[in-house]
Write a protein that binds this ligand. Structure first.
Ligand SMILES: NC(=O)c1ccc[n+]([C@@H]2O[C@H](COP(=O)([O-])OP(=O)(O)OC[C@H]3O[C@@H](n4cnc5c(N)ncnc54)[C@H](OP(=O)(O)O)[C@@H]3O)[C@@H](O)[C@H]2O)c1
Length: 256
């Protein structure tokens, strides 16, 4: 049995609490949020806490708050020499106050409070100063049904940057596609199988080999047509040009 206190009630904190409540080998000791009222209605059988002075003893304290608040919150914790980890992709382990046993427990997935998530699809990137602490975090991930990897700060920051390209930028491209199809009264649902197939294909082939489309084919007629269509959206035209050039360079073709 591993005992845990979760600090933070945003997207990540809420999902961690939900999974920990459902796993027998994890004891959720407390859920800290600076505004207890914001989570009152979501919770039954969980001890809520909004005063750091009232935090109880646990094996692991998981700080799942906004990146810029991690350092200050870790300093304010009224104890020392306990395992305190954060869940950020970009914040160095050493930003956690030195009075603690420090660690990172970064879930490499996209979390929204409103969207369900299978924890078997949430790989945890683990970093600690001491082997016994990483063993605790590996065990915690295992109890939640999640894979885990030992990843140092530099590697984690590279993964986080990759995740921005994979998730945040792709999602923004979906949003542009949504707007363009809406504009011509086409239901976005028509495009959803393509979104799934794009993600599915790179499970078995490299993104380099999976590339298709007018840029890869060097099809200048289609590219020019698309650029003319986007004349009323200069931002999207600039993104189209930038990505087209990047694909062309990657595949050894001349830029626009
Ligand atoms: N969302 C993701 O997809 C994702 C994925 C992997 C890792 N992460 C990481 O997980 C962490 C949490 O992200 P999130 O998406 O859950 O954030 P979020 O939904 O924006 O929630 C942030 C939480 O931090 C609390 N908070 C902010 N400032 C605070 C302070 N000074 N003291 C105490 N609590 C404070 C907020 O409380 P209030 O509601 O009172 O403001 C809220 O509960 C971040 O480090 C993030 O980088 C996020």
């Amino acid at each position: 049995m591993i005992s845990v206190v979760v600090l933070g009630a945003g997207n990540v904190g809420s999902h961690l609490v939900r999974i920990m409540q459902s796993v027998k080998k994890v004891k959720l000791v407390q859920w800290y949020s600076r505004d207890k009222n914001s989570i009152k209605s979501d919770t039954k059988d969980i001890e809520l806490c909004n005063d750091l002075k009232n935090l109880k003893t646990a094996d692991i304290y998981i700080i799942a708050v906004t990146d810029k608040a991690i350092e200050a919150l870790s300093k304010k914790l009224p104890f020392e020499n306990r395992l305190v980890v954060h869940t950020s992709g970009s914040i160095p382990l050493k930003k956690i106050d030195i009075k603690h046993k420090r660690g990172v427990f970064y879930p490499l997935q996209t979390f929204s409070k409103s969207a369900d998530l299978e924890f078997s699809e949430v790989p945890f990137c683990i970093e600690t100063m001491r082997k016994e602490d990483s063993n605790k975090l590996i065990t915690l991930a295992k109890y939640m049904g999640s894979p885990s990897y030992m990843i140092n700060t530099e590697q984690r920051q590279a993964l986080h940057l990759s995740a921005v390209f994979i998730n945040n930028f792709s999602n923004h491209l979906y949003r542009i596609a949504h707007e363009l199809s809406d504009y011509k009264s086409v239901n976005f649902d028509v495009l959803k199988p393509l979104i799934l197939e794009t993600a599915k294909k790179i499970q078995s082939t490299s993104p380099y080999n999976a590339q298709t489309g007018p840029a890869k084919r060097n099809d200048q007629v289609t590219i020019n047509h698309h650029l003319r269509t986007l004349e009323s959206h200069p931002d999207y035209q600039a993104i189209y040009k930038q990505l087209t050039n990047s694909i062309k360079i990657t595949h050894g073709l001349k830029k626009l």
